[in-house]
Design a protein around this ligand. Structure first.
Ligand SMILES: *[C@@H]1O[C@H](CO)[C@@H](O)[C@H](O)[C@H]1NC(C)=O
Ligand SMILES: *[C@@H]1O[C@H](CO)[C@@H](O)[C@H](O)[C@H]1NC(C)=O
Length: 331
């Protein structure tokens, strides 16, 4: 009997692990042409024969990128990404949401940015959020990963609801941003498109610009598959905004479960290397949403002395430049 129970328990935990493995499980994967358009970089964007997978490359001529046809108000947005390997210093791959094309002065943005590195050093991941043009207030966090993201595909997801944003790497929630009164308009609230780009971030991406892109190693190819757009598509000229297709905001209103929260805390303890909350060079006073932990402060002090806090900031940059889209307008 005890044995039977043990087996049941084992089976159950296997099921739990399996079902927690994929944030976008059972969500539809539409073809590239159905959901996305070519943004820039002409034939540096290649749609594979399955019609769903995309290669974005960066060479001396240009980076490349694509964006969703629709604008979404809330949703779950996800991609499996395999990053370029070998020497990738200065290379930036971005998977993000933005409405900068529509709102020049008060745009919203939710970012996953992958920062390349010199040989033998890992890619790093950065997340950030802007709301209503809050570009002078970067809310960057940086992490290393528990795997080599250039070796295989991993799933990166953004869950955006009315009251919180969660970033996921595979099944692990790595960051949650709750909408708090004090954040005011800094919490993204207007419809955004989904973007994916690869571009030359030589000036800041790797040790504050110390290591630039070396085109001897080009082309740098980022591979995308399992692209998920599960959100409330809206026509921003309609007032009030209404979902033009399902799902409704309700169906994406998930919150972090207690086991997920434990995992998130453990991830952040082990892998976070920078948080704006602890950057006293950039921000003299604490941002209201920040909760300071002395141990964390001490641990983070050991990382990333160059890119942030050293005077070489990139947070004042124009968004277009930031994601390599200046190239789009010059073609
Ligand atoms: C966003 O900014 C605009 C002007 O830039 C302002 O009128 C509006 O009240 C702001 N919205 C929020 C939610 O703060
Ligand atoms: C989302 O869920 C929270 C509680 O989990 C609830 O307070 C909120 O009203 C929900 N929002 C929507 C749009 O259903």
């Amino acid at each position: 009997m005890a044995c039977f129970q043990l087996i049941l328990l084992l089976l159950c935990s296997i099921l739990v692990i399996a079902s927690g493995n994929d944030i976008g499980r059972n969500l539809p994967i539409i073809s590239f042409d159905e959901g996305y358009s070519h943004l820039f970089g002409d034939d540096n964007l290649v749609v594979l024969r399955d019609g769903k997978s995309v290669h974005l490359s960066l060479d001396e001529r240009t980076g490349s990128g694509f964006m969703s046809h629709d604008l979404y108000l809330n949703g779950l947005f996800s991609a499996s990404i395999k990053l370029p390997s070998d020497y990738t210093a200065g290379v930036v791959v971005a998977f993000y949401m933005s409405n900068g094309d529509m709102y020049d002065k008060n745009h919203d943005e939710i970012d996953f940015e992958f920062l390349g590195n010199i040989r033998g050093k890992e890619w790093r991941v950065q997340t950030n959020v802007y709301g209503n043009g809050s570009t002078s207030v970067g809310r960057e966090e940086r992490y290393n990963l528990w795997f080599d993201p250039s070796e295989d595909f991993h799933q990166y997801s953004i869950l955006w609801t009315e009251d919180h944003i969660i970033f996921y790497v595979d099944e692990v929630a790595i960051r949650e941003i709750a909408k708090e009164k004090a954040m005011g308009g800094d919490f993204p609230s207007k419809p955004m498109s989904l973007y994916a780009t690869i571009w030359d971030g030589s000036d800041w991406a790797t040790n504050g610009g110390k290591y630039r892109v070396n085109y001897k190693y080009a082309p740098f190819v980022a591979q995308f598959s399992n692209l998920i757009l599960h959100g409330c598509a809206v026509d921003p000229t309609n007032n009030p905004l209404k979902c033009e297709n399902s799902p409704t905001p309700r169906s994406i209103n998930r919150s972090i479960t207690p086991p997920q929260r434990l995992k998130m805390e453990s991830f952040r303890k082990k892998h976070m290397t920078y948080s704006y909350c602890y950057d006293r060079t950039r921000y003299k006073s604490l941002m209201t949403e920040c909760v300071i932990n002395d141990q964390e402060a001490e641990r983070l002090m050991r990382f990333d002395p160059v890119t942030f806090g050293g005077g070489k900031h990139h947070h004042g940059r124009r968004r277009r430049h930031h994601h390599g889209q200046t190239l789009a307008t010059s073609f």
